[in-house]
Design a protein around this ligand. Structure first.
Ligand SMILES: [Zn+2]
Length: 288
């Protein structure tokens, strides 16, 4: 339900200038941001501004929320929905952030949030997504995701992928898809890839996908999403079919983005080196 009052409020959010400080935070925390073109960056900033303003944020366990925390989490969460129709996490009301990994108490549940079924097993956790409930994140784990960017680990991608999976009412590893053809393709491809992962894990064979994805179909989708956005080139090489269905679903091609970005960087380096070599040659020439 999105009434005129909410629409008016959203328009106001979008009309406000995006703080420079927030953009600096995005640049330092979301490595993917620099790979987006200008139009995508603008759309991502819009999604972030709306997400930050419309969700209910709570610092828990003594954590005082800062712009850095809210902007970083929003940027990672919104990258997933950048090209999704609707472009919203309508099933996320609250985001609860704890300072460090530990066994957490029962979270407070919002008025409209009823079910309390966490997907992760009890124990020290870095994040949790509740069906029809909040997303819970541990800030230390988010910092670790930034520190180890490119290794296929990102707790924010993981938990928000669970939320996308839950949008159709069940956390079964299949999010809301476009049509029957996409659904058939998804089920066929993901079942095959999931069985492959199970077999490899049983045999103790090292796999590209994190073995936590073998827990069940919901974890498989969340783990695959982490790899898709955090190490897209490697994923496209190691699991091209799984990469393809995720690309269709997210309507994004991060591997191509990463490849193009790397090519531009290489070209820049080559040019800089050429200029430097020329300057050195001229200097050497002066000496003679
Ligand atoms: Zn999970």
């Amino acid at each position: 339900m999105f009434g005129w009052l909410a629409k008016k409020r959203r328009r106001k959010i979008l009309e406000a200038p995006f703080p420079f400080k927030w953009e600096a935070i995005i640049r330092s925390s979301l490595t993917h941001y620099k790979m987006l073109d200008e139009e995508e960056q603008r759309r991502l900033r819009e999604r972030i501004a709306v997400f930050m303003a419309e969700k209910n944020w709570e610092g828990c366990g003594g954590l005082a929320l800062t712009d850095e925390i809210r902007v970083t989490i929003s940027a990672m969460a919104c990258l997933l929905i950048l090209n999704l129709p609707g472009g919203d996490y309508e099933n996320v009301e609250s985001i609860l952030v704890y300072p460090s990994e530990r066994v957490l108490p029962e979270p407070k549940i919002g008025f409209f949030e009823t079910a309390q079924a966490p997907l992760e097993t009890p124990g020290p956790i870095s994040g949790q997504a509740f069906e029809q409930g909040p997303v819970l994140l541990v800030w230390d784990a988010v910092l670790e995701s930034i520190h180890y960017a490119g290794y296929g680990y990102n707790v924010v991608y993981h938990e928000f992928a669970h939320k996308l999976d839950m949008q159709d009412g069940v956390a079964d590893g299949t999010p809301r898809l476009r049509d029957r053809a996409e659904y058939r393709d998804w089920v066929k491809t993901c079942s095959r890839e999931y069985r492959k992962l199970l077999k490899n894990v049983e045999r103790g064979k090292r796999t590209f996908l994190d073995e936590y994805g073998a827990k069940d179909e919901a974890e498989f989708f969340a783990v695959a999403t982490e790899h898709f956005f955090d190490q897209p080139l490697r994923m496209r090489r190691a699991a091209p079919e799984l990469y393809r269905v995720l690309k269709n679903y997210y309507r994004q091609d991060p591997a191509t983005r990463e490849g193009q970005y790397a090519a531009v960087r290489e070209e820049q380096t080559r040019k800089t080196e050429a200029v430097y070599a020329k300057a050195t040659d001229e200097k050497e020439g002066d000496k003679e």
